[in-house]
Design a protein around this ligand. Structure first.
Ligand code: TYM
Length: 337
């Protein structure tokens, strides 16, 4: 059976960017394919500790899984929910892959450059985290890895490491994840998803941005979230057009509208093309966001911690079994075993 796999760090409450860029696409894919594919959803808690944690990590981890359930994830025997640090094979394979990866290719990762920019001292975890991410994927032979655009470079790195490893030992030990262009097709979107900062739409929406009106958090009061959409930066062209370079603010709103309502982006673009009253588009998107957050938060509040811990019990037993088997193959290739 093929495997779909993804993870979201749980450093804080998540943003609408995480939700629309990663959570919702994963839930839709999982519900569509979980009869015939393995669906692995894990919390990369070891990735979380490369950066500051807002609140309590344990609570954040449990809440992240509740987010998937509140977003409509259906559970069956093929759906595996687990915590990275409860499957030690991730760290072990990360070390082995460290000895396959080069400093050059790891230094080129944009996320590393962004996360270390302007800092006097940067922890090694920030540098190494794409290698750990490669281990997360390769341990489970996952071909499909739905993620937002900012993580594409890491998928390419995982592919390169897997191919290099296989070549070195002249064996198909790792399954190669699909290219990012194929991942996009599998996700059923026309392009990589990047939800933009509401005030500075050239940048991605990020939890670490200070300005509150730049981002919508999943625990924002729905009314407040709607207000943030109404105050989003647009442009002075005066006509709605989807053009991420020239009109990123407007394009971002069209993207949000399409993803929230599960309508093809092209259809939303055709509906609004040429509209001169930006306020009308904003009002519509604000309503969509408000409705979505209201329903999402209602569902979220009904999910108990126990429900999540039961999923961890089942998922971690499965994950350890699969991951240890793959790790042993790798150890044998290197004659560590
Ligand atoms: P993380 O936790 O930074 O982000 C989680 C997911 O949210 C997506 N995302 C966005 N998508 C669209 N627009 C945005 N503004 C936006 N902001 C965040 C990210 O692309 C990502 O899909 N290294 C990963 C976590 C990870 C992982 C993995 C993912 C660890 N191991 C294995 C997949 C497979 C990370 O830091 O994502």
């Amino acid at each position: 059976m093929k495997t779909i796999l993804t993870g979201i760090r749980s450093n804080s409450v998540l943003t609408l960017g995480n939700y629309l860029g990663a959570l919702v696409p994963m839930v839709r894919l999982a519900n569509k394919h979980s009869d015939e594919m393995n669906v692995n959803i894990f919390v990369p808690d070891l990735h979380s500790i490369i950066a500051d944690i807002d609140g309590n990590l344990q609570e954040n981890i449990v809440r992240t899984i509740k987010y998937y359930l509140a977003a409509g994830l259906k559970i069956n025997k093929n759906v595996h929910i687990y915590r990275q640090s409860y499957v030690p094979a991730h760290s072990e394979l990360c070390w082995i892959l460290n000895c396959v990866a080069t400093m050059g290719e790891t230094s080129r990762m944009t996320q590393y450059k962004e996360k270390s920019e302007g800092r006097e001292s940067v922890n090694v975890g920030i540098f190494d985290y794409p290698i750990l991410m490669a281990a997360d994927i390769l341990l489970y032979s996952a071909e499909y890895v739905p993620i937002g655009e900012d993580q594409f470079q890491h998928i390419e790195l995982a592919r390169n490491l897997a191919m290099r490893f296989n070549h070195r030992f002249d064996a198909e030990i790792f399954t190669i994840p699909l290219k990012t262009t194929e991942q996009i097709k599998f996700m059923g979107v026309s392009d990589g998803i990047r939800i933009r900062d509401l005030l500075n739409p050239e940048k991605k929406m990020s939890k670490s941005t200070k300005a509150e009106n730049s981002k919508i958090m999943l625990n924002d009061a729905p009314e407040l979230a709607a207000k943030k959409i109404m105050s989003a930066t647009t442009d002075s062209y005066g006509k709605v057009k989807f053009d991420m370079w020239a009109q990123p603010g407007i394009s971002n709103l069209l993207q949000i509208e399409a993803l929230i309502n599960d309508i093809p982006l092209q259809d939303v673009i055709s509906t609004w093309a040429g509209e001169t009253r930006y306020g009308e588009l904003k009002k519509k998107v604000a309503e969509s966001v408000k409705k979505e957050l209201t329903e999402f938060q209602e569902r979220l509040n009904k999910i108990s911690n126990e429900e999540v811990y039961e999923l961890f019990d089942f998922g971690e037993e499965y994950a350890n079994k699969i991951a240890n088997k793959k790790l042993l193959e790798v150890q044998k290739a290197f004659k560590l075993r």
